[in-house]
Every structure is written in C-alpha cells, then in structure tokens.
Design a protein around this ligand. Structure first.
Ligand SMILES: Cc1cc2nc3c(=O)[nH]c(=O)nc-3n(C[C@H](O)[C@H](O)[C@H](O)COP(=O)(O)O)c2cc1C
Length: 266
C-alpha cells in the first residue's frame, strides 16, 4: 500500500505533506546545522498550545561537547544519538509560572500530580512542534526517551531544580542520510471510533497488524538502524512488555518520578 493510498491528504498542501512524510530519522550526514535554524524552530515550536497558556517547558540546546558527552553517558544513548549534529533536551519547567504565582498569590497551589501531568502534556506538545519545525527546515529528527531513566543525573548536569523541572525528551536532528519509508500504523478504523468505543480490539486484526508491520520493518532492515538488540517487532514488544523491561525500565521509571517536582503536595 502506498503512502498516497493510506493518506489521501498527502501532497495537497505543505502542512499535510509534512505530516504525511513523518518518520523518525536515525542516520545523519556530518554537515553542521546553523544555530539560526534551531533558534527559528524553537520560535515556531513556541506557537504550540499549552493548558492555560502556562508554557511549562524549556529546552537546552546542548552544544558543549563535554556536557553532551556527560549527558550521553548518563543516559546510555543509542549510537545514532551520539552521531547526530543537533542535540536538544526538552524539560518540564514550572519556574517562570512560580514567579508569577509568587507575585500574585504566593506559592502556587498546583500539586505534584498536576505539575507532572500538565507539565508532561504541554512539554510533549511543544517537543513535537519542535520536531515538526526542524523537519520543516529540511532536517531529519528522532525523539528519544532516554532522559526518563536518568532524570536525577540529567537534572544535575543541566542545573535543573527538582522543585520545578523534570527532564523529558531528547530530540536529535541533522541533515538526513537515509530516506525513511512510512512506518507501520494501525488501520484508521482501529483508531478512529465514531462516538462510543465499539468494543475491545479484535485479537486477529491486532495480531495481523503486528505481522504486517514486522514484514515492513524487516524489509528495510529497521532493527539494524535503531541498534536495538532485537531482530523482529514481536521480539521488540515481548521485551518492552515482559519481565525484563519491568525490572529495567518501568519499575525504575516509577521510582524516578517522586524525585521530581519535589516538595509539592501530591
Ligand atoms: C516519546 C518518544 C520516545 C522515543 N524514544 C526513542 C528511543 O529512545 N530510541 C529510538 O530509536 N526511537 C525512539 N522514538 C521513536 C519511535 O521509535 C518512533 O516514533 C516509532 O517507532 C514510530 O516510527 P516513526 O516515528 O518512524 O513513524 C521515540 C519516540 C517518541 C515519541
């Protein structure tokens, strides 16, 4: 199935074309990206909506090679992250809104759950606007989740106070050195439901999607590019949802969160 068949809007205007060609890029040329491109992309990303206009996010454009090496080591990044010319770290940041709260009413009444949820939502919308803006400038981009399991160390290296800040996303970018085909997605009718949910997902249809997607990814040697130690999509998810990930990822993540946005009521 071609992209045009799946996405009838593709190519009809620039925004639709940008969305239709969305795919994570993990191979970059060594060509430098001018600071002005990053600055312009951040300015565009700031057009993102945010709850109540809080804008509870900031982004570190990491250009100091020593700092970047320390961050990469703390986060144990994949090889392609290390090779990318641009390295941006988006974090939840309530510090500006705390200044406004202090000036108006005293310490903000938002509790930790609110700061975590609203901050994560708004910072993620911002991060993806930033990814789109970088792509609109002709760059390839991949978002990576590495900060989540090394929050304390990332925060320390960037001087982020736990009371108001939480590292969230790394975005790496550069001039693409690979042409990436659209990656598998669930059929639209499995995702878009008119009104009430029609019922649980059909097991056969869901597993057929997994097999189809695996064949698509195998055809482009996807798992060689990501550097993940797996050879198939079912194996990828078996690891993500199995006991090993619970011990290495999900349980440490649950333990990492309470350290952030410290000092707030839950
Ligand atoms: C929050 C987030 C975290 C991600 N983390 C990683 C990562 O750590 N490593 C990686 O190779 N890709 C990462 N990705 C990219 C996803 O693997 C990718 O978006 C997904 O497989 C769909 O492929 P596509 O973006 O090419 O369509 C991440 C994407 C998001 C949105």
């Amino acid at each position: 199935m071609t992209r045009e068949e799946t996405l009838p809007c593709a190519g009809t205007d620039a925004a639709a074309a940008l969305l239709a060609s969305g795919a994570s890029v993990r191979r970059f040329t060594a060509d430098a990206v001018p600071d002005s491109v990053v600055e312009q992309a951040v300015a565009l990303a700031q057009r993102a909506p945010s709850a109540s206009g809080h804008q509870p996010y900031s982004v570190s454009y990491v250009t100091d090679p020593d700092l970047r090496a320390e961050l990469e080591s703390a986060m144990a990044v994949q090889a392609f992250v290390h090779d990318a010319p641009v390295f941006l770290l988006v974090y939840v940041d309530w510090s500006r809104q705390d200044v406004i709260a202090d000036a108006l009413v005293g310490p903000s009444s938002m509790n930790r759950t609110s700061r975590l949820m609203v901050g994560t939502i708004d910072a993620s919308i911002f991060a993806h606007h930033l990814a789109l803006a970088l792509r609109a400038a002709g760059l390839g981009v991949c978002m990576v989740a590495n900060p989540l399991l090394a929050m304390d160390e990332v925060a320390r290296l960037l001087g982020l106070p736990a009371r108001s800040c939480m590292p969230l996303h790394v975005l790496v970018a550069g001039h693409p050195a690979e042409v990436v085909p659209p990656r598998p997605r669930y059929p639209r009718d499995m995702v878009l439901h008119r009104d009430a949910r029609p019922g649980p997902p059909d097991v056969d249809e869901t597993l057929a999607y997994l097999r189809r997607g695996d064949a698509e990814l195998q055809a482009v040697n996807y798992f060689e590019v990501t550097g993940d130690p797996v050879t198939s999509w079912p194996e990828h998810y078996a690891i993500k949802y199995g006991r090993r990930a619970a011990e290495r990822t999900w349980e440490p993540l649950a333990g990492a969160l309470p350290g952030f946005l410290d000092g707030q009521a839950t």
